[in-house]
Design a protein around this ligand. Structure first.
Ligand SMILES: CCCCCCCCCC(=O)SCCNC(=O)CCNC(=O)[C@H](O)C(C)(C)COP(=O)(O)OP(=O)(O)OC[C@H]1O[C@@H](n2cnc3c(N)ncnc32)[C@H](O)[C@@H]1OP(=O)(O)O
Length: 216
């Protein structure tokens, strides 16, 4: 490993550590019933830490120095990113074209009481469908996502997601996926069909050209 690679690996570990701490913070902040004075003290302390992190920040058109866009490493992706306070995070692997994802949603993801927000389910499915689409060798952006909510998705319960490509027609790729519990993988709670469209070279250049050139 070069010194640069070692430095980057350490930074990713530190980002993951910070992400873990932030996710625990979000979960505790969502569920705490401590006295009101403690809430205000916590808010003041968190603002101090926030100011330290804000000392050096990247602008919106710059990738994280820990990311590797072409290698598929996105530390702050809001679904899979180990550094994201928003991500469950969903762990995805793709084997023989089938994407399998695992996560447990905390109470910060609640929609109807004790169950996951429907938008969160759609977000998880958009991501895992995207992984299946990329693995098929036909990367594209989501242009349509149809979700069917068959039963509520429980919080604090290990979930199992799957996705696979069904059809490739020119630039258009269709993929389907499901959310179930690990305990009952044969009973889909939410299903989705997504349409993804591959970008023309001019579109890739217009939307992402600056980022691709800057990727170290
Ligand atoms: C390993 C890493 C994995 C990462 C996974 C990430 C998962 C997350 C993915 C996302 O969330 S992407 C973010 C959300 N999506 C967007 O912001 C995309 C916004 N849409 C666009 O920018 C444009 O639609 C796009 C540049 C993608 C395509 O524009 P075009 O003007 O080139 O499309 P065009 O109208 O020519 O349509 C191309 C084909 O798609 C079809 N199409 C377009 N929109 C459609 C639609 N809504 N439903 C069905 N089909 C549609 C259209 O019929 C046509 O089919 P045919 O080639 O067969 O004629």
């Amino acid at each position: 490993m070069t010194a640069d690679e070692t430095g980057r690996a350490h930074r990713r570990e530190a980002i993951t550590e910070l992400g873990d701490a932030l996710r625990t913070l979000v979960e505790h902040a969502t569920t705490t019933e401590v006295p009101t004075g403690d809430l205000l003290r916590a808010a003041a302390e968190i603002r101090e830490v926030t100011a330290r992190l804000g000392d050096r920040v990247r602008d919106r058109s710059t990738l994280s120095s820990a990311d590797d866009l072409l290698g598929g490493v996105r530390m702050f992706n809001p679904v899979t990113g180990a550094g994201s306070a928003l991500a469950p995070p969903l762990q995805i692997e793709v084997v023989a074209g089938v994407a399998t994802g695992r996560c447990t949603l905390g109470r910060a993801f609640e929609g109807p009481p004790t169950f996951a927000h429907g938008g969160v389910s759609a977000m998880l499915l958009d991501q895992i469908l995207g992984h299946a689409v990329v693995a098929s060798g036909n990367p594209g952006m989501t242009v349509r996502l149809d979700t069917t909510y068959r039963a509520p998705v429980p919080l604090l319960t290990p979930l199992l997601l799957t996705a696979q490509v069904q059809d490739v027609a020119g630039r258009r790729v269709t993929a389907t996926g499901t959310i179930a519990t690990e305990a009952d993988p044969g009973t889909p709670l939410v299903t989705a069909t997504g349409t993804f469209v591959g970008l023309r070279a001019e579109q890739t250049h217009r939307l992402f050209g600056k980022l691709l050139r800057a990727d170290p």
